[in-house]
Design a protein around this ligand. Structure first.
Ligand code: GLU
Length: 325
């Protein structure tokens, strides 16, 4: 069917189902995710399913792009890594020029996102220290992995000229480029399992490498938003030991201007059907409400989320008062 015919059929279908007024009145909630090859997009779609109201997960360039679009008022709700969430709140690192974002709000945190280094087996890269001199994909501008990698390069004292080449590929292209030999390594700050890493391992027997050493110890010790992380053994159906690295958390963020009722309804839907939500991706399996409302969040809680957490008795009011003093 041609796309115009398909659109017309969908439109007529929506009239039959809900009548013209309802179809026009309810603007779908758009949840900004990242690459379709990642976990954010799976989570965004799960959030929409949970909401049971017009809602759509929107692929984007990733965390940094989402945080900037939220600030410009182009988004209502989005996913973003906890490290970049902090930088955007305070106006540091990649957000130095933008300054602090006083309107950024936390909804809850999500799964762990280990910083994942995937290399071609014939690249000779056995550890993080072997990366210089190679061609490395640090991720597309706007992506979270690029933000984490640039922070790591800075801490390690590496500049672009230390590498044979630096690439800016999005997550859905990097596995193919790795397998075609156009890059030796790719980095991805992402929950596991995910389609991009699975593709590299399946197509060309690529391997996940440990990301350890003094620089990682220093980052984890100095910055609470970096934690030790690991990728479980055999997750991708190959004989691979557990991988040790560092990581961040995925977080759901909104703007202070986002309608509190919308945020309230979304949060209530997630926690009232929590087992179903957690079952939508293995990376969500161990989530608990207590961790989700406390860990990895820098920006103040959104009014709509806070209302629900208060109703549940999940908020320590003394702690809240101390935080806002
Ligand atoms: N952490 C990545 C980013 O912020 C996205 C990972 C994913 O899509 O799951 O760009």
């Amino acid at each position: 069917m041609k796309s115009s015919a398909r659109l017309l059929a969908a439109f007529l279908g929506s009239l039959l189902l809900s009548g013209p007024v309802a179809a026009q009145d309810q603007e779908p909630l758009v949840i900004a995710t990242a690459s379709p090859a990642g976990v954010y997009h799976v989570v965004g779609r799960a959030l929409c399913r949970t909401l049971e109201a017009p809602c759509r997960a929107q692929p984007t360039d990733g965390s940094s792009a989402n945080l900037r679009a939220l600030r410009r008022g182009e988004l209502k709700i989005a996913l973003a890594q906890s490290d970049l969430h902090l930088y955007a709140t305070l106006g540091t690192e990649g957000f130095l020029k933008d300054g602090p974002d006083p309107k950024l709000r936390s909804v809850f945190s999500l799964h762990n996102e280990p910083f994942s280094l995937v290399v071609r087996r014939d690249s000779g890269i056995k550890s993080l220290d072997d990366l210089p001199g190679h061609s490395v994909n640090i991720g597309n501008p706007g992506s979270g992995q690029r933000g984490t990698m640039l922070r790591l390069m800075d801490a390690r004292g590496w500049s672009r000229s230390d590498f044979r080449s630096i690439h800016n590929l999005p997550a859905d292209q990097q596995a193919l480029e790795l397998c075609h030999g156009n890059i030796d390594a790719m980095v991805y700050t992402v929950g596991h399992p995910n389609a991009s890493v699975a593709k590299a391992i399946r197509l060309c027997d690529a391997v996940l490498v440990d990301v350890e050493g003094d620089t990682i110890d220093l980052l984890v010790d100095a910055y609470p938003y970096f934690t030790r992380a690991w990728i479980p053994a055999d997750l991708y159906g190959v004989d691979q030991p557990a991988v040790h690295t560092f990581g961040v958390k995925g977080t759901l963020v909104a703007s202070a201007d986002t309608d509190p009722d919308v945020v309230y309804r979304l949060v209530a839907a997630v926690f009232e059907d929590f087992d179903r939500f957690k079952a939508s991706h293995p990376a969500l399996g161990t989530l608990t409400p207590q961790e989700m409302i406390h860990d990895g969040l820098t920006a103040p809680l959104h009014e709509g989320a806070l209302r629900y957490y208060r109703e549940q008795g999940w908020i320590d009011e003394d702690e809240m008062a101390a935080a806002t003093d």
